[in-house]
Design a protein around this ligand. Sequence first.
Ligand code: PLP
Length: 444
Amino acid sequence: MEKGSLLFKEEKTAFSQPTYDEQVLNYLAEKVGTPYYLTDERTIARNYERLKSAYSVYKGNVIVAYSVKANFNPFILNFLSRVGSHFDVTSVEELYFLLKSGGSPENVIYTSVTETESEYREVMSKGVRRIVVSSIRGMYNAIEAGRLLNVVPEISVRVNPEVQVRAEVRSAMKVSKFGVPLNGSNPESAYKMVKILLDEPGVKFGGFHFHLGSQLEDPNAYLQALEKIKQLILKIKKEREFKISFLDLGGGTPVNYGVKVPTPEEIASTIIGKINELVEVNGDFFTLAVESGRYIVAESTVMVSRIVNTKYYGTKKIIYLDAGYHYLLDIALLQQVYPLEVVGGKESNEEKPIVAGRLCDSMDVFQVGPESKLDGAEPGKLVLIKNVGAYSLVFNMPFHSQVKPAVVYRASDGKYYLARKKQELEDLYEEEGGSLLRDRVRVI
Ligand SMILES: *Cc1c(COP(=O)(O)O)cnc(C)c1O
């Protein structure tokens, strides 16, 4: 394969079926090596549109913001920019990726954890105006950055609604690193910060942001959070005139990994009544933002790995893949169940095997859900690990001197492009200190 060239750019007909056939998967395995990621643009388009249209039950302006942290591949950022997505960005580095990939700073919601003044200056100097702050110091840093640059940021406050959340990853527990309490009796609270922002001439007050967690199973958590925000709006309104122009529901729209979860439409219809109550107490519509990483990209990507060995431990069959948690970290972190399928496996009544990754680590074992199809698993066959588009390739690590796999991208026109080159082992060696062994660099 030529370095940097687009795969099959010249081939018009060969492999453009809407579903992956065995021949394509094997061909790609030969071309780019296994394991590799295979991302489908049409699936991203479908999920983005579905999320957006689910919230069209809201009569004000709705924006869907893709959470760059879920997968920052430039092809994905570029595509989502072109379809008009907004972006949830958390670091200067993510902003760099987004702007380089064709994204626009007007479509950024910048929600930082570090919240330093120099960081805010940097993102505002790149054109970002919509800022979400999570602490009083962060708020003053954002105000100061705007003043120094002579620009007017729109600042919203990230609140921790402190609700019970049923989710894979929870962000809104009683004391959390994220956001501030709503309540004014706390030394730092949204109640106090809003009033400071309203009195600050150099900024525009936006509204509120919360993020309950990832893979949210129960939309009632949103209802509780929204009710608390409504009460806060009412409380501030008793003291002074003000309005919010922005309300951000954060992320959490769940993905079906083999267990039924609420759909975007079900979530939107559960909470729209409460959102309309907020419009009423606010006295005006506000821009409603829905953030999502997982829902937009998880289903778009499969990891294609190869079975390298099988053995029987007593009567139990174990299959070994050339993938592992160095590519799919949530296997170890969250015991994530990814649907698995042997490519070209034949039907049989075999008991489901244990699926082991390639690492010398006992946590490197794949959960096998009931929807997994593992019949006919033999060395040499390919196994698809599905729904791995979110929070996987962003965690790729060189544990066991393993290189980053290639990413192949099927564009909406059905053509397959190389979206990330497989890392060369030699490059990994050099980066990890090999070059410094030759060219010694003295530090002190
Ligand atoms: C991670 C994150 C998201 C995205 O969460 P998903 O579960 O991928 O939808 C959205 N907003 C914030 C602030 C986040 O930290």
